[in-house]
Design a protein around this ligand. Structure first.
Ligand code: RB5
Length: 145
């Protein structure tokens, strides 16, 4: 599957990295749905933003999602509470690649306080350009549903 539209959201801790990734996505030609938050100074709750991305992806409004919080942990947990959304918290390109190949992840989660900007960009491109391998992995992913 080739992703065309990407929903992206972050809490205040992830706002700066989200802004960087949003520009990266636009430059690469993706249709981007920015679901907030709007600044790095107003404290907000990551479950609210994880939910927005999960709903967009699960409903088909967006092909894939990107979520960012301080560690990436809270917002990935939030996304994974929604059926149809599979968030993978990635810290390197190998986890980003395998999350697509083996898990058919449809939401990339990143921790702005954990992962540098260049690694985050590399994770983003790897995630969006790697196909699900299917076969035995398809059976396992189906069981997640
Ligand atoms: C916010 O301070 C922080 O707790 C949040 O961004 C995230 O790291 C939670 O998992």
């Amino acid at each position: 599957m080739t992703f065309k539209s990407i929903a992206i959201a972050a809490d205040h801790a992830g706002f700066d990295l989200k802004s960087t990734l949003l520009e990266e996505l636009k430059s690469a030609g993706y249709e981007v749905l920015d679901l907030g938050t709007k600044d790095a100074t107003t404290s907000v709750d990551y479950p609210d933003f994880g939910r927005l991305v999960a709903e967009s992806v699960a409903s088909g409004k967006a092909d894939a999602g990107v979520v960012v919080c301080g560690t990436g942990i809270g917002i990935s947990i939030a996304v994974n509470r929604h059926p149809g959304a599979r968030a993978a918290l990635c810290h390197d390109v190998t986890s980003a690649r395998l999350s697509r190949e083996h898990n058919d992840a449809n939401v990339l989660a990143l921790g702005a306080r954990m992962t540098g900007e260049q690694v985050a960009k590399d994770c983003l491109h790897t995630f969006l350009n790697t196909e699900f391998a299917g076969d035995r992995h398809a059976r396992r992913v189906q069981k997640l549903g």
